[in-house]
Every structure is written in structure tokens, then in C-alpha cells.
Design a protein around this ligand. Structure first.
Ligand SMILES: O=C(O)CCC(=O)C(=O)O
Ligand SMILES: [Fe+2]
Length: 300
């Protein structure tokens, strides 16, 4: 089969090739092997063509119920503490629940879920990190969120190798009436922020609870208005490249115990290896040194 000869088995060179070149090829082989093992090739095609893809049934319903309940419980704690973050102005009822990864171990299992993480790795390279992990509670009657990219501080033209990308965990069935995320298919190719007319091109995502939408951060998207009674809970795991400042300083708040109970990549994802900011009179965190060369490649 043609696909089997593309990677390392179907390749040879009579010349010695530079180390950096070999490492680049090995990186591509690792990313490809994961995508093939997890049957993700059609989702990669979606990401290329549309800028987003929907993974169904990523975790069992009981796990998703528990995620949803935990987000609502933490949101209630925030309300009582007077620090709930409104998403639709002071008169709206929708709200954001922040710092999830540091507030309950259940979120560790979500961010390490293999399939969505393999697709994020395809978009963002092996070295990407978590910028934030948020609950998005959208309540009936609030207006839609403005369409945007998830590269908010980046001047156009936005790099085509995305500086950020996102996962949206669907914790209530998504439909237009439910207030699902709106997207403009293919807009990740524009490499600019959306203008006022973009809303005309937007469509609503339909997805069952338990799905995860993975999207290129350059995609034009935003939360839709909910018209059904009640609330819609979604959860983002937002990723950025190593040179971007994260929304949440996870490295400062994730404990060594949480690092020890998770796979090694978790430590990297929360920022343990980030070279910046420099600490204790060192020029930079020496654990970050191996990343300087590979991260010049979009898959590094
Ligand atoms: O809640 C949603 O559907 C999308 C949220 C979003 O895109 C954001 O907050 O950046
Ligand atoms: Fe967004």
C-alpha cells in the first residue's frame, strides 16, 4: 500500500545526512505513526481542508458527565467567592471557569486523551504547551460571541504554522439552538483576523456530547447564541507554541505530584521545559535548550 512506503521503511540515502535533517525526518515519522495508529488520517484531512474536525466519543459518557459537573461546581465556587468571569457582559449570564487543570485531577485525564492530543501535535508540533484549560458555560438569552481567531495578540499576516490551536470538549449536545461553536470552514487559510462580514459565512457545529472539536487557531470561530432553555457547557484546552506567553502560568501551579502521576509529556505541556522566563540568574531554563533548533520547524 502506498501509505506504508511513505515513512521510514520506504526511504534510503547513500550519503550521510546531517543530524538535524535526520531528526526532522524522525519527528515526521513519529507524528505520522501516531496518527495512523489512532486512525486519524481523515481528521487530518478535515484540518487541512476546513481548519477543524470533530472526534466522536473520545471518552465514555460517565467521564464527560463528571467533567461537566466539576466545571459547574468550580463555577459555583467562583460565584460564591465573587470572582466569576462573565462572558456576555455584566447583564449576561454566561461565564468562564478558569485554571481547571490546577483545580481537579479529572482535567489531567482530559488533556492527555490520546486522539485529540495527536491532532494538536500535528497542528502545533511536538513541543507545544497548554496555554489554558477553561469551562465555557453559555446560557440561554445571551448574544453570540464575536467571531475571532485564537491568535488574539498576533498581527496579520498570522503565521500559517499556527501559533495557537484549541480543543473544544462537547459536554452537552451541540446544535445551533444549543449555542454550539460557530465556524467559518476554510477560514484558517486567510491568515488574517475576521472582519464584520465573516458572520454571514459562519455555520454551527453539530456534535454529540463526548465529542471533541479540534481546530486550528487561525480558524474564524466563536460561541453561538443559545436559544434552548438552560446552559451549554464546553471545555477548551488551548495550546500554544513555546515562544508564546500562556494565558495561565500552569508551570507555577501544577504540583510535582501531578507531574509524577502523569505521562512524561504532561510535564512539558504545563511548561516545565520552557526556556523562558530566565530564573535565578541563569540565562534561561537549561531544560529548554534542546528545543531551540527543532522548534524552527512547524512540527518541532
Ligand atoms: O464557547 C465556544 O463555543 C467558543 C469559545 C471560544 O472560541 C473562545 O472563548 O475563544
Ligand atoms: Fe476562540
Amino acid at each position: 500500500m502506498a501509505t506504508e512506503s511513505t515513512s521510514v521503511e520506504g526511504r534510503s540515502s547513500k550519503r550521510a545526512r546531517p543530524r538535524a535533517v535526520l531528526e526532522h525526518d524522525q519527528r515526521l515519522d513519529r507524528i505520522r505513526a501516531d496518527l495512523m495508529r489512532l486512525d486519524l488520517a481523515p481528521h487530518v484531512l478535515d484540518l487541512e481542508l476546513y481548519g477543524y474536525t470533530i472526534l466522536p466519543e473520545v471518552k465514555p459518557p460517565a467521564f464527560c458527565d463528571q467533567l461537566r459537573e466539576t466545571i459547574l461546581k468550580l463555577g459555583e465556587e467562583d460565584r460564591i467567592a465573587g470572582r466569576r468571569i462573565p462572558l456576555a457582559g455584566a447583564d449576561g449570564q454566561s461565564y468562564l471557569v478558569t485554571w481547571l487543570l490546577a483545580r481537579d485531577p479529572i482535567f489531567e485525564a482530559a488533556v492527555m486523551a490520546e486522539k485529540p492530543l495527536a491532532l494538536i501535535t500535528y497542528l502545533m508540533g511536538e513541543s507545544c504547551q497548554i496555554s489554558s484549560n477553561h469551562g465555557h458555560v453559555r446560557v440561554c438569552g445571551d448574544p453570540p460571541q464575536g467571531l475571532h481567531t485564537d491568535a488574539p495578540l498576533v498581527a496579520a499576516p498570522i503565521p500559517s504554522a499556527p501559533v495557537a490551536s484549541n480543543m473544544m470538549w462537547v459536554l452537552d449536545d451541540f446544535s445551533e439552538e444549543a449555542g454550539a461553536t460557530l465556524v467559518v470552514p476554510g477560514s484558517h487559510r486567510q491568515l488574517v483576523h475576521p472582519g464584520p462580514s465573516a458572520a454571514k459565512a459562519a455555520v454551527s457545529i453539530t456534535a454529540r456530547k463526548g465529542s471533541v472539536i479540534v481546530f486550528n487557531g487561525n480558524l474564524w470561530h466563536g460561541a453561538g447564541a443559545r436559544t434552548l432553555p438552560g446552559e451549554r457547557v464546553g471545555m477548551t484546552v488551548y495550546f500554544n507554541r513555546m515562544y508564546i506567553r500562556p494565558q495561565e502560568d500552569l508551570n507555577a501551579v501544577i504540583s510535582d505530584e501531578a507531574i509524577a502521576r502523569n505521562p512524561p509529556r504532561f510535564a512539558h505541556l504545563v511548561g516545565r521545559n520552557n526556556p523562558y522566563p530566565a530564573r535565578e540568574y541563569a540565562f534561561f531554563n537549561p531544560k529548554g535548550y534542546p528545543y531551540f533548533e527543532p522548534t524552527q520547524d512547524r512540527f518541532g
